[in-house]
Design a protein around this ligand. Structure first.
Ligand SMILES: Nc1nc2c(c(=O)[nH]1)N[C@H]1C(S)=C(S)[C@@H](COP(=O)(O)O)O[C@H]1N2
Ligand SMILES: [Mo]
Length: 320
C-alpha cells in the first residue's frame, strides 16, 4: 500500500526558492527586524544568491504514480546524512566532506559505440529531458535500505539521445575523479574512477532512472549531484553517483567493486533474499532511520518490471 504523508516541499515558499536562500533570507529579515542593522547583513545574502541551483525551477517534477511504495518514505535528513560515496571516505558520514564537490560547470561525455561522440553541459542536458518524480526503494548490499522520492528522467531517454550503434550491448558509467576535492581518492588501492555498467536492455527498461534531484530539490552533493543512477532492483552499488561519462560498448564492463573483490560482487547484482553475500545473509534489511528489520524482496520488489530481462540467462551469476 502506498503510504501517504504530507511532503515538506509542498509548502509554497520553500518550493519557489532554494531552501538555503530561503533560510538565509529568513535569518536576514529577522536580523533587520531586530533593531541594529548589521553591516555584514548584505554579504551573506549575496553569497546565498550565488548558491541557487540553476535548475532549481525544475523541481519537484510531476509524480509518476506507476511506482508505488509499500513503506513510508525515509526521512530526508536520514537519506542525506547516511551515505556511501567512497570518493569522500569509506564510511557513512561523508555528507559534510562532500560539500567540496564542484558541480558547476559539469560536462558529460557520451562516447564509445555511438553515431557521434557528444559532450554536453549538465544544465543543457537536463532541460532537454522531462523531469518527473518517482518513489523508489533502495537496497544496499550491506543490508540497509531506504525509500526516497527521486526526481529525474528515464535512462532510456538518455540512450535515445546518445544514439548507440546497433552493436552496443552495454553502457558503462564513470564517476568524476577529482583529487582536489575528493579526499577518498588518496586511498590509492581502489580502482578509481568509480565505474559501473548495465546492459542496454537494462538501461532502456522502464525502471532505470537517471536521478537529478530528490525530495523535490536538485540532488544533494553527498547523494551524487548533479546526476546519478537509480536502478532499484539491483544492489545500491550499481547506482553510480556524480556521472561524467557514459560509454557504449560491446564488452561487458568491469565495475569498481568487481575489480576490488570479484568473489563478493558480480556484474548483475540483482537483489535476492535467498542468495547470501559471501560474508552475511541478504534475507532481511535494516530500514534507515530505525532499528527495524524487514524481509528483503526478490528484485527488491520490482520483479514485475524486470524479471523478464533475465529469464533466458543460463549460467549467469545474477544475484551477487
Ligand atoms: N561514485 C560512487 N557511486 C556510488 C557509491 C560510491 O561509493 N561512489 N556507493 C554506492 C552505494 S554502495 C550505495 S548504497 C549508494 C548510496 O547512495 P546514497 O548515499 O544516496 O544513499 O551509492 C552508490 N553509488
Ligand atoms: Mo551500497
Amino acid at each position: 500500500m502506498f503510504f501517504k504523508r504530507k511532503r515538506g516541499w509542498e509548502l509554497p515558499e520553500s518550493m519557489a526558492t532554494d531552501e538555503s536562500v530561503f533560510l538565509q533570507r529568513r535569518k536576514l529579515i529577522k536580523t533587520l527586524g531586530a533593531g541594529p542593522i548589521l553591516l555584514a547583513g548584505a554579504a551573506p545574502a549575496a553569497a546565498a544568491a550565488k548558491m541557487v541551483d540553476p535548475t532549481a525551477d525544475l523541481y519537484p517534477g510531476p509524480r509518476n504514480e506507476t511506482y508505488k511504495l509499500d513503506r513510508p518514505l525515509t526521512a530526508e535528513k536520514d537519506a542525506l546524512t547516511y551515505n556511501n560515496f567512497y570518493e569522500f571516505g569509506s564510511h557513512k558520514k561523508i555528507s559534510e566532506a562532500a560539500q567540496k564537490l564542484k558541480i558547476r560547470p559539469w560536462s558529460i561525455k557520451l562516447d564509445g559505440m555511438v553515431e557521434k561522440e557528444i559532450e554536453i553541459d549538465f544544465d543543457d542536458l537536463v532541460r532537454k529531458m522531462q523531469i518527473e518524480e518517482r518513489l523508489y526503494r533502495h537496497r544496499c548490499v550491506e543490508a540497509w535500505s531506504m525509500a526516497v522520492p527521486w526526481s529525474g528522467f528515464p535512462f532510456r531517454a538518455l540512450v535515445d539521445f546518445a544514439k548507440p550503434l546497433s552493436g552496443a550491448k552495454y553502457v558503462r558509467m564513470e564517476t568524476l575523479a577529482d583529487k582536489e576535492t575528493m579526499p577518498g581518492l588518496r586511498q590509492f588501492w581502489y580502482p578509481w574512477p568509480y565505474t559501473e555498467g548495465l546492459s542496454i536492455a537494462e538501461a532502456t527498461n522502464d525502471l532505470a532512472f537517471i536521478a537529478t534531484g530528490m525530495y523535490g530539490k536538485p540532488m544533494p552533493k553527498q547523494n551524487g549531484a548533479p546526476l546519478r543512477l537509480a536502478v532499484p532492483w539491483k544492489y545500491g552499488f550499481k547506482s553510480t553517483k556524480s556521472i561524467v561519462r557514459f560509454t557504449f560498448t560491446n564488452k561487458r564492463p568491469l565495475s569498481f567493486w568487481q575489480v576490488i573483490q570479484k568473489r563478493e560482487y558480480g556484474f548483475w547484482a540483482n537483489v535476492n533474499p535467498k542468495v547470501d553475500h559471501v560474508r552475511w545473509s541478504q534475507a532481511t534489511e535494516r530500514v534507515l532511520g530505525s532499528n527495524k528489520r524487514v524481509p528483503t524482496l526478490l528484485y527488491n520488489g520490482y520483479g514485475d518490471f524486470v524479471a523478464d530481462l533475465y529469464k533466458d540467462m543460463k549460467g549467469e551469476r545474477l544475484f551477487t
